[in-house]
Design a protein around this ligand. Structure first.
Ligand SMILES: [Fe+2]
Length: 524
């Protein structure tokens, strides 16, 4: 945690500096999509090239993205030849591949770390499929995935789990083996999938290497995480809908502004380009998210018929700098800057149009930082996190006012980042007790970040008591499992009592219900 340079004008930086940033951006070439060099159709590998497993994501009614990445030596640069490798893929309705629905060939290219993203289409809505890849004489594990329902269908229910914040050194991903046992249509990841910090001793596990900066650094870090079998297996079993937070790049960054002082724009943008490219390479994302230099469009929609519409947000890439020097501050000064933005104008406009066009019963915002204005101060000294929505109060109020004025059906905000659970009613105006509720916020705890958890955190205990909109708070590690029907939404807060060693049992610490048409959660 460092102080940040003072925020001014556009994107929180001086105009002169902004022009320097832009010059640096234009100097960075977009990754070449064209395959260069001889394609290897019959490659011979010095080991299993499918060490990183398979994954799928971004389901649509007619298809999903299926993913793999060839790497015989994932922790030592991949171990692959410096040329494109031809990969065959198959999607079947059965696990034995007797009934193949779609198949084809894709190129695993060295400039994308031999990752493969296939946008499979022509599939039937709302059903399970199995998929696998072949390269040379090798075959990948069989993945399982599920398409979304047709846009005008109203499914009886959908089930999904959401999680975030999986610091590898803080512990073992003990929630994932339990998540695998659940009957889920989808897994939603809200960011902090990796952490960028250097390896430290005397922790449950250790990062390889220093703080990550180069493309190779980021690739090795993602590989280290994905080699965790509990994580890899959860990708194999369900389609995922992912977004990032800050640690996929750099702690508490905002747009073009580094957390640390004295980082040149060139360094910062090259590092951001490396981080974004590695994220794309390792995630089951569609081509619409393909990175362009240090830019990558991650906000997008995902519809589950007329039941639920997921609006996936990116609250890091386009935000103005944290106001008032970041950290916990009173709601004053730059917090009310009308130019300040959490989403950036383009994403905000997209979100509002998506919400207006939505025909779904439940409008889900899958995003990063807490939206409810949690006062963590003592007595008259009210303090709010400047990194979260209350630091961008004009943006926050505009969105809640929009929910209210346009009568957006059942907004449910899913949040990660903060490493504890919260259940919050979202009030139009938190300073007026009689102000109407316009939505509900469910905050997932971390998978591992913060260590075992379950401890008393004085600041949060106080905050839970003094903020009337807080319905529940819990400091365990774990994930949230949701069952969504046309009538109600039930959230089960699953906890793993320890993460400092593998094999924790699972405890459901809380369950809350939201009734359709009635914002706010009640204990189930
Ligand atoms: Fe985190």
């Amino acid at each position: 945690m460092h102080g940040k340079r003072s925020a001014t004008r556009r994107y929180g930086i001086e105009r002169r500096e902004f022009l320097r940033y832009m010059a640096a951006v234009s100097a960075i070439p977009t990754i070449a999509l064209r395959a260069e060099g001889q394609v290897t159709g019959k490659p011979r590998f010095n080991g299993n090239p499918f060490t990183l497993g398979v994954a799928s994501g971004d389901p649509e009614p007619d298809g999903v993205v299926i993913w793999t990445r060839l790497a015989t030596e994932p922790l030592a640069g991949g171990g692959m030849p410096g040329q494109p490798v031809s990969v065959q893929w198959e999607v079947a309705t059965d696990e034995a591949f007797a009934n193949v629905a779609r198949k084809g060939t894709a190129l695993a290219m060295p400039q994308l770390g031999h990752s493969v993203h296939v946008e499979v289409d022509g599939l039937e809505p709302h059903r399970w499929y199995f998929y696998r890849f072949h390269a040379g004489n090798e075959t990948s594990p069989v993945g399982r995935t599920r398409t979304a329902p047709e846009p005008d269908a109203m499914p009886d229910r959908m089930r999904f789990a959401f999680t975030s914040c999986q610091h590898f050194e803080s512990g073992y991903f003990n929630g994932y083996p339990h998540m695998q046992q659940e009957d889920l249509d989808l897994v939603v990841h809200l960011g902090d999938y990796i952490y960028e910090y250097k390896g430290l001793d005397n922790r449950p596990r250790k990062h390889i290497g220093s703080e990550i900066e180069s493309l190779d650094d980021y690739r090795t870090r993602y590989s280290q995480y994905r080699l965790d079998t509990t994580l890899q297996e959860t990708h194999r079993l369900f389609p995922w809908l992912v977004t990032w937070d800050d640690h996929e790049f750099d702690n508490n960054y905002a747009n073009l502004v580094s957390e640390e002082e004295g980082v040149s724009p060139e360094e910062f943008l090259v590092r951001r380009m490396n981080a974004y490219q590695a994220y794309y390479e390792f995630m089951p994302l569609r081509r619409r998210s393909f990175p362009r230099g240090p830019h990558m469009t991650l906000y997008r929609g995902c519809r589950y018929g007329r039941l639920a519409n997921f609006h996936v947000l990116d609250t890091r890439q386009y935000r103005t700098d944290q106001p008032n020097g970041d950290h916990q501050k009173p709601m004053t000064g730059k917090v009310f800057d009308p130019q300040a933005t959490m989403l950036g104008p383009k994403q905000e406009h997209w979100l509002m149009s998506s919400l207006l066009q939505s025909t779904a019963t439940w409008n889900v915002l899958a995003q990063q930082v807490m939206m409810a204005p949690l006062n963590r101060g003592e007595g008259e000294d009210r303090r709010y996190s400047m990194d979260q929505w209350p630091g961008y109060e004009v943006s926050r109020r505009r969105l809640l006012q929009f929910f209210h004025d346009r009568k957006i059906p059942n907004p449910v905000v899913l949040t990660g980042d903060i490493h504890v659970n919260w259940v919050n009613d979202l009030q139009l105006d938190f300073q007026k007790p009689q102000s109407p509720l316009v939505g509900t916020e469910l905050v997932g705890t971390s998978m591992t970040s913060g260590g075992n958890g379950g401890n008393v955190i004085a600041e949060y205990e106080r905050a839970a008591k003094q903020n009337d909109f807080v319905k529940w708070y819990n400091s365990n590690r774990g994930y949230v499992s949701c069952e969504v029907t046309p009538q109600e939404w039930t959230a089960h807060f699953r906890a793993t009592p320890f993460v400092d060693r593998p094999g924790s049992p699972l405890v459901t610490k809380g369950a809350f219900v939201i009734e359709a048409g009635k914002p706010g959660a009640k204990s189930a």
